[in-house]
Each structure stands twice: as structure tokens, then as C-alpha cells.
Design a protein around this ligand. Sequence first.
Ligand code: NAG
Length: 468
Amino acid sequence: MRLAVGATATVVVLSLLLVLVAAQEEAGATDEIHARAKRSNDFVGGARKLDDKDAEERLQASLDKLAAGDGPNYRISEIYSATTQVVSGTLTKIDAELVNEHNEKERCIVKIWSRTWLPNGIEVTFKCPNKELVKRRHSRSVEHLEKKTHKKHNHHSLDKSEHLFSKFQIKYNRRYHTALEHQMRLRIFKQNLEIIQELNRNEMGSAKYGITEFADLTTDEYRQRTGLWQRSEDKPSKNMPAVIPNVELPKEFDWREKGVISKVKNQGTCGSCWAFSVTGNVEGLHAVKTGKLEEYSEQELLDCDTKDSACNGGLMDNAYEALQNIGGLELESDYPYEGHKDQCQFNKAKVHVKVTGGVDLPKNETAIAQWLITNGPVSIGINANAMQFYRGGVSHPWKALCSKKNLDHGVLIVGYGVSDYPMFKKTLPYWIVKNSWGPKWGEQGYYRVYRGDNTCGVSEMASSAVIG
Ligand SMILES: *[C@@H]1O[C@H](CO)[C@@H](O)[C@H](O)[C@H]1NC(C)=O
């Protein structure tokens, strides 16, 4: 009986809460209409006034990004006035009092020119008295998303993201040293929640995006977990073109089932993806050839491959060439991973596999599959935009959110398959991609990405070592 009363009380409380939430949202909608009516009167020669709160949010978002990069380090003391103008992008001008790292106040004009479709598309200039103009650029802004959604940021949704943030901190064991850092990370986290929403809203496959261990990182910090260089036009790769066997493709194929793929590794905070892509490829080729799966050393590549730049990035092509000169790869257990560059301690007597060069695969996903089932796993470059918040499923982001031009991460294709969703009359062919962010990321360390339309540039830079 007591139980029944308790349950009824809970239902009543819950219904009350729902009514309250609905009322709050309605109030939000009315505010939005008033705000819009007010805004439309503000046009002055193309530039419109921006209210102080909006200006502060925009400026703070940029200051956070810059503080996490190469500065300058300013705090906002007061906003005097601000305008925004649609140019090529949006140009926001803010007259503000800022506090610099020496705790001195400066009154500056800050211009934020935002062209979100460009890499590093946000340009910020600070014009402060008696100082040279400071100009900086930073990456992906979420202003345009914020603009759309920030009216919804009433207290109820703020509390919700703060609640998610504390859960995130507990789950991933995050401790911030100062209250300032905590605030900064919370702001970044909130911006990332918006990006997650945007990815989910525009997803054409079955992938889900959500909070991952990277949810409190700026885009620049996240990039430290990748590390692929862009192949330069004037230095074409020395690889030979791969010979594509004319074989019929089975519906599905997975090298993991044949025991030629080692466990998922973790590159850590070091831009060494390229080295992991290469060892995964060579491990697979060697196991297919000899029937014996060995794990090879990424650290050897970090320390001894002078054509690449260890934690500052590299190219798989360069590594094949470097390995030819070095003499081969040692075992992971003989030359373990440290995650930073160290002295080269290569020992020729410990070489377990020789690399005699590399091959480039055509930019053709059918041909890549034919080569893969015949030879072994394939190294690829990919745009990692959709991977920061990937939680599983077949990832097929909208092209504008994952350009094939910005390959920034080196990974390994180990197989392919097809997902059928008869309920939605949807068939999703996909690649199975081994990543190097540990087994907790994605689907036990793997990423499934749509196959057939060069999603995120999967077929742009496919290659393989040739082993001796
Ligand atoms: C891609 O490769 C397949 C098989 O190797 C071939 O039949 C097809 O014509 C190629 N497609 C293009 C666009 O070159």
C-alpha cells in the first residue's frame, strides 16, 4: 500500500515537472519573437547592433580557443558596444575592456571575422592602444550554431549541460586545476554539445554521435590525436601504382576474422597516427604471407624515420620509404611505445620484417576492396571531423561537415560489409576501419564509415607497404 502511494506521488511530481518544463519552453519561444522584432529595427548600413550578452559569448568563445592555442590571453572586463555584419562570412566588431595576463586593463577593438567553411576560418584582430595590431586565426567556431540555438539556453537547458558535464568529468576522470580552467572546459563542452547535435541532425547513415573522452577538447587539441600531413603537390609519393586483381567481391569481408589484425593500440596525445597506420598495414601483410601475427614498433618510426616528424605528424608514404633505408621493423615488445620522440635505438639484429617500398591504390572503392581481399589491410588518410564524437554505427556525415580535401588522420581499412535496415528501406555499405585511440573509442576501437561515395575522403590516399 505504501508503495502504491509512493508511486502515485512520483507520477504527480513528474507530471508537474513536465508542465513546468513546457511552460518554460513556451516562454523561451515568446522571448525569441520579441527579440526578433527588436533586432529588425537595428539595421544600420548593413551592420546591426549586437546586444552585450551575444557579444560577450562570441568574444569569450574566441578567447577560449586562442587561450588553448598561442594566445593572446585576455579576460573580458566589460563590453561597451558591438555590431555584426554579414560580409563574406560574418564580421563582428566589439569595443571592450579586456584584462591581459599582467592583470592590466586595456580598451580594445576586437574584430572577429568568421568564415566557418574554411579551415581555421575565424580571424580575430585586437587593436589596443599603444600596441601593434595582433591578428590570430582559430578553427571551427560554433557561433553559427550558437546563434541558432542560444535562445533556447534558458536555465533549464544550462542545468542540463552542466549536469552532463559533471557526469563526463566523473566518467573520464577529469580534474581541472583552477576554477578558470573548469569554466573554460565547461564552455568548450557546451560548444561541443552543439556540434554533436549538428552531426546527429545531419547524419545520413546510422551513426550516433555523443559525448566521448574528447568532449572537453577544442578542435586544435583534438587534432593532436591525429597527425596526418597533407600530401604536397610538388612532392609526389615515390610509391608504385598497385596492381588491382580482377576478382569478384564477396558481400562482406573482415581480416580480423582471419587472425591477421593485432589488438587496437593507443597513440595518446601524440600526432603519430601515420605510424600506427603503417605498423597495422605491415602486421597484416606479414601475417597474411606467413600465417604469423606479430606486432611492430611505432616508436621505432617516431625515433628513426627522419622523413616524418614523430608526434608532429607524418605520411605513410614517407614511412615506407624511410623503412627501406632503416632496414625494417622491430617488434613492439622490443621497442615499446613512449608517445614522444626519443633517440633512435634501432638494432638491425632485431628486425622482424623488411619493407621494400610502397604502392598507391587507385581512388576507386571497388578497386580498393579488390586489392584488400587479395593482399591485406590498407592504409588510408581520412578526414577525422566525424570521429571526435563517434559512438558507433555506420558513419555517413553530410559532405559539408566532412570534406574529402581535409585528410588529417591516418588509419587502416581491415574489411567491409553491408548493413540492411529493411524498416527504413536503407542499405548502408561500409568500411571497417581500425583506429589508434584505444579500445574504448567507437566500436571497440573501430570506426564504420560509409562505403561507395568517398565519404570523408576514404579513397583519396589509400596505400600499402610492400614487404620483403
Ligand atoms: C573502379 O574499379 C573497378 C574495378 O577494378 C572498375 O570496374 C571500374 O571501372 C572503376 N571505376 C572507375 C570510375 O574508374
